[in-house]
Design a protein. Structure first.
Length: 394
């Protein structure tokens, strides 16, 4: 064998693409499992089945009725193996990738185990419910197989319109940016009582079933829900972490269960170089929805959302309609979203695996989660809280 051929073979394991490893891309199959088959696991797991190379191999949940629901609602899940213990699913050598869609406080534990099993990972947001959980995730991440793709459910980063808006920002199209705003305004009617849906379960299981209502299990509304907007302003801010935060909030409606401290809040984050990020969040809005971000620069303003992006240019004369009436688009560029952004994210996950693109979102996902926790601490303490103080808290 000549030296050139020996060199090629010696290097083959390093340069072999994932598409080659899985066989030809047209006939390849990426076998994935789902840990956590509640509402989010069913939704994202269903989107994953739409990728031509994805094969749902196994599902796992603590509760049998959730497994039954997944087998009914997720295409092809009826033929998947079912587990009650996530460790057994991760030990299955026939699984290449895993979706983690469990309650937030379990994300660090399940992420740690998935890293150890050397699977590709799609973990739902946020990274954890508290500082200790985020630190645990980072310690696990340090031991990762760097050839594996690790993606989180911060799907804005995969949206065509968000990516276009981000390119406008980084190319200088809106000039120097000093202010970012995230609006997370949505909700149904306020709760009026405990439905008693899980009254036949143990108190522990009742709490686990409704984990979103408990701060220790979910991180509270700012960490579990508003983190999408927080991640977006972090991203557009150059993925620099804020230096500090101040915030206020409270309850407009009494809680029939759970321990949320706020159903409305506003937080101001101070970033390096005089950049500010504002979060404005209101729950229980009787169906009214306003979920978007705005980025104000010296030459223009970008507005992003799940359904559109806008670029507002200069307004040289306030007599223009668009000064007050946004139906006049003469000074705007607007583009509707081409696809569901979560679907774009799941497609990117499998495409990346096939291409051997080991994109790793862990550092930014943890940072955005910690940024949300920083805002929660500022609201709870009613004073300015620094990043360093937050990190020393656990």
């Amino acid at each position: 064998m000549d030296q050139h051929r020996r060199d090629l073979l010696k290097g083959a394991p390093l340069i072999m693409s994932a598409a080659t490893a899985f066989g030809s891309q047209a006939n390849s199959a990426i076998r994935y499992g789902i840990i956590g088959t509640g509402g989010r696991g069913q939704y994202v797991g269903t989107l994953m089945t739409k990728h031509p190379s994805a094969r749902l191999t196994a599902i796992c949940d603590k509760f049998p009725d959730r497994i039954d629901a997944a087998k009914t609602k997720i295409p092809t899940a009826d033929g998947a193996k079912s587990y009650r213990d996530y460790r057994e699913l991760l030990d299955d050598p026939n699984i290449d990738a895993v979706l983690i869609a469990t309650p937030v406080f379990l994300h660090p534990e399940h992420f740690e185990a998935a890293v150890a099993s050397k699977k590709h990972i799609y973990c739902e947001k946020p990274a954890g419910a508290d500082v200790a959980g985020c630190k645990r995730m980072l310690r696990a991440w340090e031991t990762r197989d760097k050839s594996k793709r690790i993606q989180f459910g911060f799907q804005q980063r995969f949206s065509s319109q968000y990516l276009k808006s981000h390119s406008y920002l980084t190319s200088g199209k809106i000039g120097e940016m000093k202010l970012m705003m995230s609006y997370w305004v949505l909700g149904y009617l306020p709760p009026t009582g405990d439905s008693g849906q899980y009254k036949d379960h143990s108190p522990e299981d009742q709490k686990l079933r409704r984990w979103g209502s408990w701060t220790a299990l979910s991180g509270g509304p700012i960490v579990e829900q508003d983190c999408h907007g927080v991640d977006t302003i972090n991203w557009f801010g150059g993925d620099a972490r804020p230096l500090s935060a101040v915030g206020r909030g409270g309850l407009r409606f009494p809680l029939p269960y759970g321990d949320w401290g706020t159903d409305h809040h506003d937080v101001i984050y101070q970033y390096p170089n005089g950049l500010e990020g504002w979060l404005i969040s209101i729950k229980h809005t009787a169906g009214y929805r306003d979920v978007k971000e705005q980025f104000f620069g010296s030459k223009g303003m970008l507005e992003t959302s799940r359904s559109y992006m806008k670029l507002h240019g200069m307004t040289p004369d306030v007599r223009y309609k668009s000064a007050d009436d946004l139906r006049d688009t003469s000074l705007m560029e607007k583009e509707e979203s081409k696809a569901d952004i979560t679907n774009e994210a799941t497609q990117a996950f499998f495409n990346g695996i096939l291409k051997g693109d080991s994109n790793d979102m862990t550092p930014t996902a943890v940072q955005s989660t910690l940024t949300s926790i920083l805002g929660r601490m500022a609201i709870e303490t009613k004073r300015e809280v620094t990043w360093d103080e937050m990190m020393r808290s656990a």
